[in-house]
Design a protein around this ligand. Sequence first.
Ligand code: FAD
Ligand code: UDP
Length: 377
Amino acid sequence: MKVDWLIVGAGFTGSVLAERIASQRGQKVLIVEQRDHIAGNAYDYYDEQGVLVHQYGPHIFHTNMKPVWDYLAQFTEWRSYYHHVLGIIDGKTVPVPFNLNSLYALFPTYYADKIAQQLVEKYGFNVKVPILKIRESASSGDLKFLADYIYENVFHNYTLKQWNLKPEELAASVTARVPIYISRDDRYFQDAYQGLPQAGYTALFQKLLNHPNIKLLLNTTYQEVIEEIQYQKMIFTGPIDQFFEDQGYIFPWSAELPYRSLYFKFFHTEQEYKQPVGTINYPNEYHYTRTTEYKHLTGQRVYGSTYIEEYPQAYKRGENIPYYPIPKEEYRTLYKKYQVEAEKLKDRVLFAGRLADYQYYNMDQAVARALNLFDQL
Ligand code: FAD
Ligand code: UDP
Protein backbone atom coordinates (compact mmCIF):
# COMPACT_ATOMS: atom_id res chain seq x y z
CA MET A 1 0.00 0.00 0.00
CA LYS A 2 1.20 3.53 -0.79
CA VAL A 3 0.22 6.51 1.37
CA ASP A 4 1.61 9.96 2.16
CA TRP A 5 1.37 9.57 5.93
CA LEU A 6 1.52 6.60 8.27
CA ILE A 7 -0.01 7.53 11.62
CA VAL A 8 0.51 5.23 14.58
CA GLY A 9 -2.36 5.42 17.11
CA ALA A 10 -6.03 6.37 16.68
CA GLY A 11 -6.38 8.46 19.87
CA PHE A 12 -7.03 12.20 19.83
CA THR A 13 -3.53 13.06 18.64
CA GLY A 14 -3.39 10.62 15.73
CA SER A 15 -7.01 11.08 14.66
CA VAL A 16 -6.98 14.89 14.66
CA LEU A 17 -3.76 14.90 12.64
CA ALA A 18 -5.25 12.38 10.20
CA GLU A 19 -8.37 14.50 9.77
CA ARG A 20 -6.38 17.70 9.17
CA ILE A 21 -3.96 16.13 6.71
CA ALA A 22 -6.74 14.35 4.81
CA SER A 23 -9.15 17.28 4.62
CA GLN A 24 -6.78 20.27 4.39
CA ARG A 25 -3.87 18.86 2.40
CA GLY A 26 -5.80 16.29 0.42
CA GLN A 27 -3.13 13.70 1.23
CA LYS A 28 -3.59 10.00 1.91
CA VAL A 29 -3.25 8.71 5.46
CA LEU A 30 -3.11 5.24 6.92
CA ILE A 31 -3.76 4.99 10.67
CA VAL A 32 -2.49 1.85 12.33
CA GLU A 33 -3.96 1.11 15.76
CA GLN A 34 -3.01 -1.87 17.89
CA ARG A 35 -6.33 -1.94 19.76
CA ASP A 36 -9.58 -3.23 18.25
CA HIS A 37 -11.15 0.23 18.34
CA ILE A 38 -10.57 3.91 17.59
CA ALA A 39 -10.56 6.81 20.13
CA GLY A 40 -7.52 5.74 22.22
CA ASN A 41 -8.15 6.15 25.93
CA ALA A 42 -11.29 8.18 25.27
CA TYR A 43 -13.05 5.11 23.80
CA ASP A 44 -16.63 4.55 24.97
CA TYR A 45 -19.19 1.84 24.17
CA TYR A 46 -22.57 0.47 25.29
CA ASP A 47 -22.10 -2.37 27.77
CA GLU A 48 -24.27 -5.52 27.97
CA GLN A 49 -26.88 -3.64 29.99
CA GLY A 50 -27.02 -0.84 27.44
CA VAL A 51 -25.14 1.71 29.56
CA LEU A 52 -22.70 4.00 27.77
CA VAL A 53 -19.34 3.54 29.56
CA HIS A 54 -15.76 4.74 29.12
CA GLN A 55 -13.51 1.69 28.91
CA TYR A 56 -10.39 3.47 30.17
CA GLY A 57 -11.79 5.59 32.99
CA PRO A 58 -13.92 8.73 33.15
CA HIS A 59 -13.29 11.29 30.42
CA ILE A 60 -14.74 14.77 30.87
CA PHE A 61 -13.92 17.32 28.23
CA HIS A 62 -12.97 20.74 29.59
CA THR A 63 -11.00 23.56 28.03
CA ASN A 64 -10.37 27.28 27.92
CA MET A 65 -9.19 26.98 24.32
CA LYS A 66 -12.13 28.09 22.20
CA PRO A 67 -10.45 27.01 18.92
CA VAL A 68 -10.13 23.45 20.26
CA TRP A 69 -13.77 23.37 21.38
CA ASP A 70 -14.94 24.82 18.04
CA TYR A 71 -12.77 22.45 16.04
CA LEU A 72 -14.30 19.38 17.73
CA ALA A 73 -17.78 20.89 17.47
CA GLN A 74 -17.55 20.17 13.72
CA PHE A 75 -17.75 16.49 14.60
CA THR A 76 -20.08 16.40 17.59
CA GLU A 77 -22.87 18.14 19.45
CA TRP A 78 -21.81 18.92 22.99
CA ARG A 79 -23.77 17.87 26.06
CA SER A 80 -23.19 20.51 28.72
CA TYR A 81 -21.90 18.84 31.88
CA TYR A 82 -20.16 20.09 35.03
CA HIS A 83 -18.25 17.37 36.82
CA HIS A 84 -18.76 17.12 40.58
CA VAL A 85 -16.50 15.08 42.82
CA LEU A 86 -17.00 14.23 46.50
CA GLY A 87 -14.23 12.94 48.73
CA ILE A 88 -14.69 10.76 51.80
CA ILE A 89 -12.75 12.60 54.50
CA ASP A 90 -13.01 11.60 58.16
CA GLY A 91 -16.16 9.66 57.31
CA LYS A 92 -17.83 12.76 55.83
CA THR A 93 -18.63 13.39 52.21
CA VAL A 94 -17.12 16.71 51.14
CA PRO A 95 -16.61 18.53 47.82
CA VAL A 96 -13.29 18.06 45.98
CA PRO A 97 -11.31 20.16 45.06
CA PHE A 98 -11.26 21.26 48.69
CA ASN A 99 -13.12 24.59 48.89
CA LEU A 100 -15.02 26.68 51.40
CA ASN A 101 -17.96 24.27 51.29
CA SER A 102 -15.60 21.42 52.24
CA LEU A 103 -14.31 23.52 55.12
CA TYR A 104 -17.84 24.06 56.49
CA ALA A 105 -18.74 20.40 55.97
CA LEU A 106 -15.80 19.27 58.11
CA PHE A 107 -15.41 21.80 60.91
CA PRO A 108 -17.71 23.51 63.44
CA THR A 109 -19.14 26.71 61.95
CA TYR A 110 -17.33 29.11 64.30
CA TYR A 111 -13.97 27.53 63.41
CA ALA A 112 -14.74 27.30 59.68
CA ASP A 113 -15.71 31.02 59.78
CA LYS A 114 -12.39 31.87 61.39
CA ILE A 115 -10.30 29.89 58.91
CA ALA A 116 -12.31 31.08 55.90
CA GLN A 117 -11.68 34.69 56.92
CA GLN A 118 -7.94 34.05 57.23
CA LEU A 119 -7.83 32.29 53.86
CA VAL A 120 -9.59 35.18 52.13
CA GLU A 121 -7.38 37.76 53.86
CA LYS A 122 -4.17 35.95 52.94
CA TYR A 123 -4.92 34.73 49.41
CA GLY A 124 -8.11 36.52 48.31
CA PHE A 125 -11.51 35.20 47.30
CA ASN A 126 -12.08 33.05 44.20
CA VAL A 127 -8.40 32.14 44.18
CA LYS A 128 -6.87 28.69 43.63
CA VAL A 129 -3.87 27.74 45.73
CA PRO A 130 -2.02 24.45 45.24
CA ILE A 131 -1.66 22.39 48.42
CA LEU A 132 2.15 22.48 48.28
CA LYS A 133 2.03 26.31 48.07
CA ILE A 134 -0.33 26.61 51.04
CA ARG A 135 1.91 24.33 53.06
CA GLU A 136 4.94 26.49 52.25
CA SER A 137 3.26 29.81 52.96
CA ALA A 138 1.18 28.93 56.02
CA SER A 139 3.79 28.27 58.66
CA SER A 140 1.79 28.67 61.88
CA GLY A 141 -1.63 28.96 63.43
CA ASP A 142 -4.96 27.98 61.92
CA LEU A 143 -3.78 28.09 58.30
CA LYS A 144 -0.94 25.72 59.06
CA PHE A 145 -3.38 23.39 60.79
CA LEU A 146 -5.66 23.52 57.74
CA ALA A 147 -2.81 23.01 55.26
CA ASP A 148 -1.54 19.97 57.18
CA TYR A 149 -5.07 18.63 57.54
CA ILE A 150 -5.81 18.84 53.81
CA TYR A 151 -2.39 17.48 52.90
CA GLU A 152 -2.81 14.48 55.18
CA ASN A 153 -6.47 13.75 54.48
CA VAL A 154 -6.92 14.65 50.82
CA PHE A 155 -3.54 14.40 49.09
CA HIS A 156 -1.00 12.24 50.86
CA ASN A 157 -2.62 8.82 50.72
CA TYR A 158 -4.43 9.38 47.42
CA THR A 159 -1.14 10.34 45.77
CA LEU A 160 0.65 7.35 47.29
CA LYS A 161 -2.03 5.07 45.86
CA GLN A 162 -2.11 6.78 42.48
CA TRP A 163 1.62 7.18 41.90
CA ASN A 164 3.36 5.20 44.64
CA LEU A 165 5.03 8.56 45.40
CA LYS A 166 4.39 11.36 47.88
CA PRO A 167 3.04 14.69 46.53
CA GLU A 168 6.42 16.43 46.99
CA GLU A 169 8.22 13.69 45.04
CA LEU A 170 6.22 14.58 41.92
CA ALA A 171 6.26 17.76 39.84
CA ALA A 172 4.26 20.39 41.74
CA SER A 173 1.94 20.64 38.72
CA VAL A 174 0.42 17.22 39.52
CA THR A 175 -1.30 18.13 42.80
CA ALA A 176 -1.82 21.67 41.47
CA ARG A 177 -4.36 20.13 39.06
CA VAL A 178 -6.69 19.90 42.08
CA PRO A 179 -5.91 23.12 44.00
CA ILE A 180 -7.55 24.41 47.17
CA TYR A 181 -10.24 26.71 45.85
CA ILE A 182 -11.15 29.69 48.04
CA SER A 183 -14.66 29.83 46.72
CA ARG A 184 -18.10 28.24 47.05
CA ASP A 185 -17.84 26.77 43.54
CA ASP A 186 -18.09 22.98 43.87
CA ARG A 187 -17.29 22.09 40.27
CA TYR A 188 -14.21 19.96 39.60
CA PHE A 189 -13.20 22.21 36.67
CA GLN A 190 -13.81 25.91 36.07
CA ASP A 191 -12.97 25.98 32.34
CA ALA A 192 -15.12 28.10 30.06
CA TYR A 193 -16.09 25.10 27.92
CA GLN A 194 -17.07 21.82 29.54
CA GLY A 195 -19.07 18.84 28.41
CA LEU A 196 -19.15 15.45 26.75
CA PRO A 197 -19.83 14.57 23.13
CA GLN A 198 -23.60 14.13 22.94
CA ALA A 199 -23.40 10.74 21.19
CA GLY A 200 -20.16 9.72 22.92
CA TYR A 201 -16.45 9.92 22.12
CA THR A 202 -16.36 6.95 19.76
CA ALA A 203 -19.10 8.53 17.62
CA LEU A 204 -17.05 11.75 17.54
CA PHE A 205 -14.00 9.80 16.33
CA GLN A 206 -16.07 8.00 13.67
CA LYS A 207 -16.95 11.37 12.19
CA LEU A 208 -13.41 12.66 12.56
CA LEU A 209 -12.05 9.71 10.59
CA ASN A 210 -14.83 9.52 8.03
CA HIS A 211 -12.85 10.83 5.05
CA PRO A 212 -12.01 9.09 1.76
CA ASN A 213 -8.32 9.93 2.25
CA ILE A 214 -8.15 8.10 5.59
CA LYS A 215 -7.67 4.35 5.83
CA LEU A 216 -7.68 2.59 9.18
CA LEU A 217 -6.08 -0.66 10.25
CA LEU A 218 -7.18 -1.92 13.69
CA ASN A 219 -5.71 -4.80 15.73
CA THR A 220 -2.34 -4.05 14.16
CA THR A 221 0.91 -2.67 15.51
CA TYR A 222 2.87 -0.53 13.10
CA GLN A 223 5.79 -2.95 13.36
CA GLU A 224 3.64 -5.63 11.72
CA VAL A 225 3.01 -3.62 8.57
CA ILE A 226 5.86 -1.19 8.25
CA GLU A 227 7.71 -3.32 5.67
CA GLU A 228 4.64 -3.45 3.43
CA ILE A 229 3.64 0.21 3.53
CA GLN A 230 5.24 2.85 1.36
CA TYR A 231 4.91 6.18 3.13
CA GLN A 232 6.57 9.58 3.06
CA LYS A 233 6.33 10.34 6.74
CA MET A 234 5.26 8.71 9.98
CA ILE A 235 3.55 10.31 12.99
CA PHE A 236 4.05 8.23 16.09
CA THR A 237 1.74 8.72 19.10
CA GLY A 238 2.76 5.72 21.25
CA PRO A 239 5.44 5.61 23.97
CA ILE A 240 8.57 7.30 22.61
CA ASP A 241 11.00 5.01 24.44
CA GLN A 242 9.28 1.94 23.02
CA PHE A 243 9.60 3.33 19.49
CA PHE A 244 13.38 3.51 19.74
CA GLU A 245 13.64 0.10 21.32
CA ASP A 246 11.38 -1.46 18.65
CA GLN A 247 13.52 0.14 15.97
CA GLY A 248 16.61 -1.47 17.45
CA TYR A 249 18.30 1.71 18.70
CA ILE A 250 20.54 1.20 21.71
CA PHE A 251 21.93 4.33 23.33
CA PRO A 252 24.58 4.32 26.05
CA TRP A 253 21.98 5.89 28.35
CA SER A 254 19.08 3.72 27.15
CA ALA A 255 16.44 3.06 29.78
CA GLU A 256 12.69 2.56 29.84
CA LEU A 257 10.61 5.63 30.64
CA PRO A 258 8.34 4.78 33.56
CA TYR A 259 4.56 5.05 33.31
CA ARG A 260 1.75 4.43 35.73
CA SER A 261 -1.01 2.00 34.90
CA LEU A 262 -4.52 1.38 36.17
CA TYR A 263 -6.91 -1.49 36.51
CA PHE A 264 -10.66 -0.80 36.22
CA LYS A 265 -13.31 -2.95 37.89
CA PHE A 266 -16.78 -2.55 36.38
CA PHE A 267 -20.01 -3.09 38.32
CA HIS A 268 -23.62 -2.98 37.28
CA THR A 269 -26.48 -2.22 39.66
CA GLU A 270 -30.25 -2.35 39.22
CA GLN A 271 -30.44 0.92 41.15
CA GLU A 272 -31.15 4.05 39.16
CA TYR A 273 -28.04 5.69 40.67
CA LYS A 274 -25.41 4.24 42.97
CA GLN A 275 -23.85 7.54 44.07
CA PRO A 276 -24.98 11.19 44.16
CA VAL A 277 -22.35 12.62 41.77
CA GLY A 278 -20.12 11.48 38.89
CA THR A 279 -17.06 10.61 40.97
CA ILE A 280 -16.31 9.82 44.61
CA ASN A 281 -12.68 9.95 45.75
CA TYR A 282 -11.43 7.70 48.52
CA PRO A 283 -8.08 9.19 49.52
CA ASN A 284 -7.73 7.16 52.71
CA GLU A 285 -9.80 4.01 52.38
CA TYR A 286 -9.69 1.02 50.04
CA HIS A 287 -7.12 0.19 47.39
CA TYR A 288 -8.96 2.08 44.69
CA THR A 289 -8.69 5.85 44.37
CA ARG A 290 -12.14 6.68 43.05
CA THR A 291 -15.46 5.36 41.80
CA THR A 292 -17.24 6.85 38.79
CA GLU A 293 -20.83 6.32 37.75
CA TYR A 294 -21.17 6.96 34.03
CA LYS A 295 -24.83 7.95 33.82
CA HIS A 296 -24.01 11.17 35.66
CA LEU A 297 -21.48 12.08 32.95
CA THR A 298 -23.42 11.01 29.90
CA GLY A 299 -26.92 12.00 31.08
CA GLN A 300 -28.16 8.72 29.66
CA ARG A 301 -31.62 7.59 30.77
CA VAL A 302 -31.56 3.82 31.04
CA TYR A 303 -32.63 1.16 33.53
CA GLY A 304 -29.85 0.33 36.03
CA SER A 305 -26.41 1.89 36.25
CA THR A 306 -22.76 1.00 35.65
CA TYR A 307 -19.87 2.29 37.75
CA ILE A 308 -16.16 1.58 38.06
CA GLU A 309 -13.48 1.42 40.70
CA GLU A 310 -9.97 2.59 39.65
CA TYR A 311 -6.99 0.66 40.99
CA PRO A 312 -3.60 2.22 40.23
CA GLN A 313 -0.78 -0.21 39.51
CA ALA A 314 2.81 -0.37 38.31
CA TYR A 315 3.26 -0.40 34.54
CA LYS A 316 4.96 -3.43 33.03
CA ARG A 317 5.62 -3.46 29.31
CA GLY A 318 3.52 -5.98 27.46
CA GLU A 319 1.36 -6.68 30.51
CA ASN A 320 -0.77 -3.59 30.99
CA ILE A 321 -1.37 -0.11 29.53
CA PRO A 322 0.90 2.94 30.05
CA TYR A 323 -1.83 5.40 31.07
CA TYR A 324 0.20 8.13 32.78
CA PRO A 325 3.69 9.47 32.16
CA ILE A 326 5.18 10.10 35.61
CA PRO A 327 5.80 13.84 36.04
CA LYS A 328 9.11 13.83 37.86
CA GLU A 329 12.29 15.74 37.06
CA GLU A 330 14.55 12.72 36.53
CA TYR A 331 12.13 11.12 34.05
CA ARG A 332 11.73 14.41 32.20
CA THR A 333 15.53 14.47 31.83
CA LEU A 334 15.47 10.96 30.41
CA TYR A 335 12.62 11.89 28.05
CA LYS A 336 14.66 14.83 26.77
CA LYS A 337 17.39 12.44 25.66
CA TYR A 338 14.81 10.61 23.57
CA GLN A 339 13.59 13.96 22.28
CA VAL A 340 17.08 14.78 20.99
CA GLU A 341 17.15 11.48 19.10
CA ALA A 342 13.61 12.09 17.83
CA GLU A 343 14.70 15.46 16.42
CA LYS A 344 17.32 13.68 14.29
CA LEU A 345 14.55 11.66 12.61
CA LYS A 346 12.25 14.59 11.95
CA ASP A 347 12.37 14.38 8.15
CA ARG A 348 10.85 10.93 8.37
CA VAL A 349 9.13 10.57 11.79
CA LEU A 350 7.27 13.04 14.00
CA PHE A 351 6.34 12.35 17.62
CA ALA A 352 3.27 13.79 19.36
CA GLY A 353 0.78 12.89 22.08
CA ARG A 354 0.57 12.05 25.77
CA LEU A 355 2.91 9.07 25.42
CA ALA A 356 5.20 10.33 22.66
CA ASP A 357 5.71 13.75 24.31
CA TYR A 358 5.74 12.14 27.77
CA GLN A 359 3.37 14.87 28.99
CA TYR A 360 0.37 14.61 31.30
CA TYR A 361 -1.97 16.05 28.63
CA ASN A 362 -5.69 16.41 29.06
CA MET A 363 -7.73 15.74 25.93
CA ASP A 364 -7.89 19.42 24.96
CA GLN A 365 -4.10 19.67 25.23
CA ALA A 366 -3.69 16.59 23.04
CA VAL A 367 -5.98 18.17 20.43
CA ALA A 368 -4.17 21.52 20.67
CA ARG A 369 -0.83 19.75 20.27
CA ALA A 370 -2.10 17.98 17.14
CA LEU A 371 -3.53 21.18 15.64
CA ASN A 372 -0.28 23.07 16.33
CA LEU A 373 1.82 20.31 14.82
CA PHE A 374 -0.39 20.36 11.74
CA ASP A 375 0.12 24.13 11.42
CA GLN A 376 3.89 23.56 11.48
CA LEU A 377 3.86 20.88 8.77
P1 FAD B 1 -3.91 7.80 23.47
O1 FAD B 1 -5.36 8.06 23.68
O2 FAD B 1 -3.19 6.96 24.49
O3 FAD B 1 -3.73 7.14 22.03
C1 FAD B 1 -2.53 6.53 21.60
C2 FAD B 1 -2.92 5.32 20.77
O4 FAD B 1 -1.74 4.77 20.16
C3 FAD B 1 -3.53 4.21 21.62
O5 FAD B 1 -4.83 3.89 21.14
C4 FAD B 1 -2.56 3.05 21.45
O6 FAD B 1 -3.19 1.78 21.44
C5 FAD B 1 -1.88 3.37 20.12
N1 FAD B 1 -0.54 2.78 19.97
C6 FAD B 1 0.50 2.89 20.82
N2 FAD B 1 1.56 2.19 20.35
C7 FAD B 1 1.17 1.60 19.18
C8 FAD B 1 1.81 0.76 18.24
N3 FAD B 1 3.08 0.34 18.40
N4 FAD B 1 1.12 0.37 17.12
C9 FAD B 1 -0.17 0.77 16.97
N5 FAD B 1 -0.83 1.56 17.83
C10 FAD B 1 -0.17 1.99 18.94
N6 FAD B 1 -8.39 14.01 29.72
C11 FAD B 1 -9.33 14.98 29.87
O7 FAD B 1 -9.27 16.02 29.20
N7 FAD B 1 -10.38 14.82 30.74
C12 FAD B 1 -10.53 13.70 31.51
O8 FAD B 1 -11.49 13.59 32.29
C13 FAD B 1 -9.54 12.67 31.38
N8 FAD B 1 -9.62 11.57 32.13
C14 FAD B 1 -8.67 10.59 32.00
C15 FAD B 1 -8.79 9.46 32.81
C16 FAD B 1 -7.84 8.44 32.71
C17 FAD B 1 -7.97 7.25 33.60
C18 FAD B 1 -6.76 8.57 31.79
C19 FAD B 1 -5.72 7.49 31.68
C20 FAD B 1 -6.64 9.70 30.99
C21 FAD B 1 -7.59 10.72 31.09
N9 FAD B 1 -7.53 11.87 30.29
C22 FAD B 1 -8.47 12.87 30.45
C23 FAD B 1 -6.40 12.08 29.33
C24 FAD B 1 -6.74 11.59 27.92
O9 FAD B 1 -6.99 10.20 27.94
C25 FAD B 1 -5.55 11.91 27.01
O10 FAD B 1 -5.30 13.29 27.00
C26 FAD B 1 -5.75 11.48 25.55
O11 FAD B 1 -6.23 10.17 25.47
C27 FAD B 1 -4.42 11.60 24.81
O12 FAD B 1 -4.59 11.19 23.47
P2 FAD B 1 -3.37 10.55 22.66
O13 FAD B 1 -3.86 10.35 21.28
O14 FAD B 1 -2.15 11.37 22.84
O15 FAD B 1 -3.07 9.16 23.38
N1 UDP C 1 -5.25 14.24 44.11
C1 UDP C 1 -5.29 13.87 45.43
N2 UDP C 1 -6.50 13.70 46.04
C2 UDP C 1 -7.67 13.88 45.40
C3 UDP C 1 -7.63 14.25 44.03
C4 UDP C 1 -6.40 14.40 43.42
O1 UDP C 1 -4.26 13.67 46.06
O2 UDP C 1 -8.74 13.71 46.00
C5 UDP C 1 -3.92 14.42 43.49
C6 UDP C 1 -3.32 13.09 43.02
O3 UDP C 1 -1.93 13.16 43.13
C7 UDP C 1 -3.77 13.03 41.58
C8 UDP C 1 -3.60 14.49 41.16
O4 UDP C 1 -4.03 15.24 42.32
O5 UDP C 1 -2.99 12.16 40.81
C9 UDP C 1 -4.35 14.91 39.95
O6 UDP C 1 -5.72 14.58 40.09
P1 UDP C 1 -6.69 14.46 38.82
O7 UDP C 1 -8.06 14.24 39.33
O8 UDP C 1 -6.44 15.60 37.93
O9 UDP C 1 -6.13 13.11 38.15
P2 UDP C 1 -6.55 12.33 36.82
O10 UDP C 1 -8.01 12.60 36.60
O11 UDP C 1 -5.66 12.82 35.73
O12 UDP C 1 -6.28 10.91 37.17
